[in-house]
Each structure stands twice: as C-alpha cells, then as structure tokens.
Design a binder for this molecule. Structure first.
Ligand code: SF4
Length: 318
C-alpha cells in the first residue's frame, strides 16, 4: 500500500531569465514500512521533490502540474491549516545539516517539548515523559540529564539523534531523511542508518531517504529511484537494481564507486545540466557513452523491465 504517491509532478522556479522547469512529470511512491532511496548527483531534483511533499518550497517555486497523495489525500489541495497538522506530526523531516537545524538558543528539552505540545497536545509531566522516551529510543544516554543541554553541547551524531527523536515523539508515519549522514563521520553514519532501520522495522515507519551515497543505499534501501535532471530515470527494488541496473546513468554511478573499481576510478564526464539549460531529447545524452542518434531528438518513455523495475532509455526499446 502506498502511503505517499507522487504523480506527474512538474515544478519550476521564476528566475531572472524567466520560468525554469526543475522537475518534469516526476512520479514515484513510498510504500508503507519501506525505505525508498532517491539517488542522483547534486542538483538533479531529489530535495525539491521531497520538499514538495511537505509544501516547503522557496517563494519563487511554482508547482505547475501533478498530484501528491498522502494516505489518499491530495496534499496540493489541502488548506495551509490542514497542511500544518501533517507537517512534523505525520510526515517528519530530517534535514541535511543537524548542526544548523536546531535552535542554538533553546535547550534540547525546550525544542522537543514544543513539537510534542503542538503535535501531540500533551502538557506537563506527560509531555516530558514522551520527550525522555523519544531520547531513549534514539539511544541518548541519561536522557533526563542530557535534554537540559543546548545544541552546542551535543556532538553532530547526538544532534541528528535529537532531530530523529522529534519525529519519533510525534509518531510520524513518514520520515523524509535528506542526506541525514552527510555531515557525520563514517562510524556515526552507520549508527544513524541502523537507528533509522530499527525505527522502520519496529514501528513500521516509511522512510524516504535522499542521498548520493550508493554504498549506503545498497545496505539499507528496499527500493531505489534514480533521478537525473528533474526526472526519475530508473526505479527498482534493491536486488534487481544492484544486480542488473539498466539505465546508462545508473550504470555510470555504480561504476564510479571505489568498491567497483580495481584500477583507476571511473568518472562520469561533464556536469548535470542546470535548470536554465534546455536539452532536447534524453537529458543524459551529452554525457552518455551509449548515446544514439534518436537520443538527442526524442525523450525516452518508461519501459518496464519487470513488475517492479523500470527505466527510461532507448536502449531498452530495441
Ligand atoms: Fe543514453 Fe540514449 Fe539511453 Fe539517454 S536514451 S541514457 S542518451 S542511450
């Protein structure tokens, strides 16, 4: 069952040079209790797709088409007041940088209690017990004592745990984790990913993980969608994606992993296009080793490889 479903989402920005499209007919879903990873290079539209779910977009952004459903409700049609009841309470966000996501002027306790009071309606002792329970779940030692600390007294990993605790305290059904481990060292990265996996398994929380770290995805994700230049170019479950990637961009990303290179590290030539660049045909064609004549003339449509695996590439149409 899909808890989040995005259909043909199209979004752009009003820039100095006019309206620039950043997402084009993006469709993907998040099933109940799964960890779905959105991967791709920086600037390909992963974060803006996720922020569209929460309707937390920059002022110059405009959604020009598509639907975003949460448990069957079209979020794009909800009044702002209703949307506020969903943000944080039902769909929580773990932002990219734990260092700047907490308010440095308030203690961890203040910040946890605020979300518990607003989203759970709890007060006093009840709210405090909920905060302690959430910090215990994310393995903060001596939570009663540590919650009195200010964010600067927490390490990077502990700050990220405190943010995850806020999602847990509100019993969020969906967690959007936007590069949750980028600012952390490798051992803490593993601890945070284990924590997210435990939450998924024990509480059935659905997690949308945004990352460019394919090694992390291989170990943790149930399903993978690869984004390139504002479009999903391949989607499949973990086994089929890593055993048999089909889109040349996915193959190039996997080939550039150190673990897949014996000699010189392979790279993908060129840069992803910026949103002001207009590219005809397949957006990946200027960088694609397999590029054919048709690739610069037409946009490839989706081809189903199996019931759960699909990709957009003319090579699959042969
Ligand atoms: Fe490469 Fe053509 Fe496939 Fe695009 S459609 S990925 S350019 S082969």
């Amino acid at each position: 069952m899909n808890i989040i479903e995005i259909n043909n989402l199209t979004l752009g920005f009003n820039c100095a040079c006019g309206f620039c499209e950043a997402l084009h007919n993006v469709s993907f879903n998040l099933k109940k209790g799964e960890l779905h990873a959105l991967v791709g290079e920086s600037g390909c539209g992963k974060t803006i797709s996720a922020m569209s779910i929460l309707r937390l977009l920059p002022k110059n952004a405009k959604i020009t088409g598509g639907e975003i459903y949460y448990n069957g409700q079209d979020l794009l049609k909800l009044p702002e007041r209703e949307m506020n009841k969903i943000r944080g309470a039902k769909i929580a966000l773990i932002p990219q940088d734990p260092m700047t996501s907490l308010n440095p002027l308030y203690t961890i306790e203040n910040q946890l209690l605020e979300v518990i009071k607003i989203h759970q309606g709890l007060q006093g002792r009840e709210a405090r017990d909920k905060a302690i329970e959430a910090l215990e779940q994310v393995q903060i030692p001596c939570p009663e004592l540590r919650m009195k600390s200010y964010p600067h007294e927490f390490s990077g990993g502990m700050k990220q745990r405190a943010i995850i605790a806020m999602a847990l305290a509100c019993n969020a059904e969906v967690i959007i984790a936007d590069e949750p481990t980028t600012a952390l060292d490798v051992t803490i990265q593993a601890q945070i990913m284990n924590l997210l996996k435990n939450i998924k398994e024990k509480q059935g929380t659905s997690i949308l993980l945004i990352t460019h770290d394919l090694a992390l995805v291989k170990e943790n994700a149930d399903r993978i969608s690869v984004m390139y230049s504002g479009d999903i170019v391949e989607s499949g479950n973990n086994t089929e994606f890593f055993a048999c990637p089909k889109h040349p961009y996915s193959i190039a990303l996997l080939n550039s992993l150190p673990a897949n290179n014996k000699g010189r590290l392979e790279t993908i030539s060129g840069q992803p296009p910026n949103i002001q660049q207009k590219i005809n045909g397949c957006k990946f064609h200027p960088r694609c080793k397999e590029c054919m004549e048709i690739c610069s003339q037409k946009d490839p449509t989706e081809t189903a490889i199996s019931r759960t695996h699909s990709a957009k590439c003319f090579l699959l149409k042969k």
